[in-house]
Ligand binder design. Structure first.
Ligand code: WQD
Length: 344
C-alpha cells in the first residue's frame, strides 16, 4: 500500500470517483462524510468497481472532536483530500452562514490537526469560480482572481488564502489547490455518478433527467450572450479525468522533492463548449433527443470561462483525455442505471 489517505466528503460525486482512482493507485482510503448530500450505498459502488471497500466514518468535519477521534483510530494518515463542502452556488446566496461555517470550519479543523498527526499534505478542492468573469480565455493559474459572485465562490477564495497564510506561517505541510472547471459525467461502469438531492442545479444532471423523462423540459438560461451560438461557454471535464488528477497531485507532494509547499493547478480540458453544443453532443452520443426551451439568463452566471491546463499537463503529467461525447454517454448510462435501480 502507498499509505493512508483521508478523503473528506468521499461519498460525494467527485470524492467517490477520486476514492476509486486512489484505491486503483494503491492508496488505502478512509472516508469521512456526514451524508448531508450523499448516501452510504455509494461505498457499495466503489467496492464493486475497485474490489476494495474504503474505511468509512460517518461524521462532520466541522466537529473537531470527531476528527480527533478519527485520527486516533486511523493512525499514519499521510495526506488529506478535502471535498467536504456545500457547493450549490444559488443556495449559498440564500444560506451564506451555513456555507461559510461548513466550508471554512472544516478546513480550519483539518489544518489545525495535520501537524500533530504528522499529516504531510492536503489537496484542496477549489474552483474556476475564483476567476469570476475572466477578462480573457483560456484562464491560467496567474489570471486575476475576481471578487466572488457568490458566498460559495468566496469560500473557495478564502480557503485558498487560509492555506497560503498557514503555510507561510511555517506550518510543516504541503498543499495543492485544484481549480476544477465543470465536472460532468460518471464512471464508465455506471456504478457511481452524480446524484444531486432534489431538483438539480447543474446542467448535466438536469439534462439527463429530462432525457429520461423525470423532468419535462430543460431550460437553457439565455442565448443572448456574446458567444457564437449565444449560450454560455464552459470547460466541461470528465469526472474520471478529474479524479485521476488528484492522484497525480498526491503522488507529487508525497514523492517529489521538487514540489513546492503550495502549488495551484487548473483542471479542465482546455476547450470551451457552449450549453447548446453540449446538448448536441449528448444527442449525438446517445441518439436521445432533449426537449429544451430558451429562457432568460440565470443571475450570477459567467458568460464564458475555460482553462489553460498547460501547467497540469507539464508538471503534474496529467491531461484530460475523455471526449465530451464519451462523457455524455457515461452520464446517460448512469441515468439509465438509476432508473433500473428504481432510484430515479
Ligand atoms: C453551467 C451552464 C448555466 C442548468 C459549476 C458548479 C460550481 C462550480 C463551477 C465547482 C451555465 C447553464 C444550467 C440548467 C442551463 N464547480 N444551465 N440550464 O454554474 O458553471 O457552476 O461550476 O466548483 O459548483 O455549479 O454550472 O452546470 O449550473 O451551469 O442552461 O438547468 O449551464 O446557465 O451557463 P456552473 P451549471
Amino acid at each position: 500500500m502507498k499509505g493512508r489517505i483521508l478523503v473528506t466528503g468521499g461519498t460525494g460525486y467527485i470524492g467517490s470517483h477520486t476514492t476509486v482512482e486512489l484505491q486503483n493507485a494503491g492508496y488505502e482510503v478512509i472516508i469521512i462524510d456526514n451524508l448531508s448530500n450523499s448516501n452510504e450505498n455509494v461505498l457499495d459502488g466503489i467496492e464493486r468497481i475497485s474490489g476494495i471497500r474504503p474505511h468509512f466514518v460517518k461524521g462532520d468535519c466541522t466537529d473537531i472532536d470527531c476528527l480527533k477521534k478519527l485520527f486516533a483510530e486511523y493512525c499514519g494518515i499521510k495526506g488529506i483530500i478535502n471535498f467536504a463542502a456545500c457547493k450549490a452556488v444559488g443556495e449559498s446566496v440564500q444560506k451564506p452562514l451555513q456555507y461559510y461555517r461548513n466550508n471554512l470550519n472544516t478546513l480550519y479543523n483539518l489544518l489545525e490537526l495535520m501537524p500533530e498527526n504528522d499529516v504531510k499534505c492536503i489537496v484542496l478542492s477549489s474552483s474556476c469560480t475564483v476567476y469570476g468573469e475572466p477578462d480573457e480565455n483560456p484562464v491560467t493559474e496567474n489570471s486575476p482572481i475576481k471578487k466572488a459572485t457568490s458566498p460559495y465562490g468566496n469560500t473557495k477564495q478564502i480557503a485558498e488564502e487560509v492555506i497560503a497564510d498557514y503555510i507561510n506561517s511555517g506550518a510543516p505541510i504541503k498543499s495543492t489547490l485544484l481549480r476544477y472547471f465543470n465536472p460532468v459525467g460518471a464512471h464508465p461502469s455506471a456504478e457511481i455518478g452524480e446524484l444531486p438531492n432534489g431538483v438539480p442545479q447543474n446542467l448535466v444532471p438536469f439534462l439527463t433527467q429530462t432525457a429520461i423523462g423525470v423532468r419535462s423540459e430543460l431550460s437553457v438560461f439565455g442565448n443572448d450572450y456574446n458567444t457564437p451560438d449565444g449560450s454560455c461557454i464552459r470547460d466541461f471535464i470528465n469526472v474520471v479525468d478529474l479524479a485521476k488528477a488528484h492522484v497525480c497531485a498526491l503522488d507529487r507532494m508525497l514523492e517529489n522533492d521538487d514540489c513546492e509547499s503550495l502549488e495551484t493547478y487548473n483542471l479542465g480540458t482546455g476547450n470551451g463548449v457552449s450549453v447548446l453544443e453540449l446538448i448536441n453532443a449528448f444527442e449525438k452520443a446517445t441518439g436521445v433527443k432533449v426537449p429544451y426551451k430558451i429562457v432568460g439568463r440565470r443571475a450570477g452566471d459567467i458568460e464564458k470561462v475555460w482553462g489553460d491546463t498547460t501547467k497540469a499537463n507539464e508538471i503534474l503529467g496529467w491531461k484530460a483525455c475523455i471526449s465530451i461525447e464519451e462523457t455524455m454517454r457515461t452520464a446517460w448510462n448512469w441515468q439509465l442505471k438509476l432508473r433500473e435501480r428504481g432510484i430515479m
